[in-house]
Design a protein around this ligand. Sequence first.
Ligand code: JHZ
Ligand code: SAH
Length: 407
Amino acid sequence: MYQCQICTHKIEPFISFGRMPIANGFLMPDQFSEEYFYNLKVGFCPECEMVQLLEFVDREKMFHEQYAFFSSTSSFMARHFGMLAEKVKCSFLAEVRDPFVVEIGSNDGILLENFARQNIRHLGVEPSANVAEAAREKGVKSICAFFDDDIARQIASENGRADAILAANVMCHIPYLHSVAAGIKILLKPGGMFIFEDPYLGDIVEKTAYDQIYDEHAFYFSLKSIHNLFSQYDLEVIHTESYNVHGGSMRFYISHKGIHTPSSSVMTQIDKECIIGLHQHKTYELFRKSVEKSRDQLKRLLLNLKNENRRVVGYAATSKSTTVTNYCGITPDILEYMSDTTPIKQGKYSPGTHIPVRTYEEFKANYPDYALLFGWNHAEEIMAKEKTFCDRNGKWIVYVPKVQIIG
Ligand code: JHZ
Ligand code: SAH
């Protein structure tokens, strides 16, 4: 029996992907024999409505001094975070004397650099030492730590409380969310705002985006599940916004209870969640069926192309690709290599399936017949810069929201 991380109620499992390696655990051949695996399974809590992993990987195995994901690999994301920073400055810092901004999971400083550049007091809390160092090189103040209520207390006593606490694509990574919520309660000024965004459960379900499910993503948030958690700490969701980044994300604005009147977006979103059925187990059973169908179609397509002797390579060695390659059985005889712009991944092999990761230059120098778009969430950015690939008859294979060939 599995217990909910949030409310301890019994969880209803609904999908299992089998044995999985660490999504960002790109490795060298001498490490193949000691590769770590866990069981990737997801369940739904009928009590507090939180969708969550059933087995967790130790955080130190995922986030460390060799962390492979650098946020600044996407120029679209840099622009997205530039706009978030402007919004925070105009809406929440403009009236404050000497404001202070804290970011949880600040990575290479993609968001905080927008505050550092204007000498706004800021602090990033980032446990992966290599990306934290990259942020420091840009002038972003970063401490190397996992955020929790102890760190919150320490930051508040050393710097005072924060006017804004920001967190992008990190809240869903933290299994011990009670400690995080308690930390927010401690660190946030009475009139301050906690703003965070993560891939949205509604988008994952509606688009069959099963590759968002991997070790780092402990939770898949709905507004209802977020409301149920934070209301226990006298914190309330006062506004939500949807963005199309990372395949569909939800931004939550949270403040101390009773300070702001919630906007109409909150009730509208709760109603939408009821219509999609995010509160019902049967929605997740249907999701599982769609995932299995998607896997079978992708596998069949790739095997057909192999039989026709077509060259197929992966485009972007994303974390998400680890779920797809392992779950669908995509091996080096099917996929020649994966091209990626991140130096730390290049020359290594993909987790579990051991497909070589090569440079982007290699892709450009000798275009394949097909590119399997593992970075489908960046399709607009990627397709805009890969016009030559299409002009030379190259075709894209995408699998979200459905398996199809484009081009
Ligand atoms: P991208 C990571 O997921 C991990 P990933 C994490 N768990 C999460 O939630 C999100 O980020 C926020 C490559 N790339 O952004 C670079 C190209 O090669 O979808 C990166 O290796 N060419 C924290 O890994 C990878 O894609 C390109 O043109 O699924 C990043 O993939 C672009 C744009 C990217 O995140
Ligand atoms: N905010 C960036 C980075 C997301 S990657 C963006 O949206 O692109 C997630 C980051 O959170 C990683 O750099 C990881 O090291 C960090 N992280 C993981 N657990 C954390 C925790 N408990 N506290 C703070 N950061 C954490």
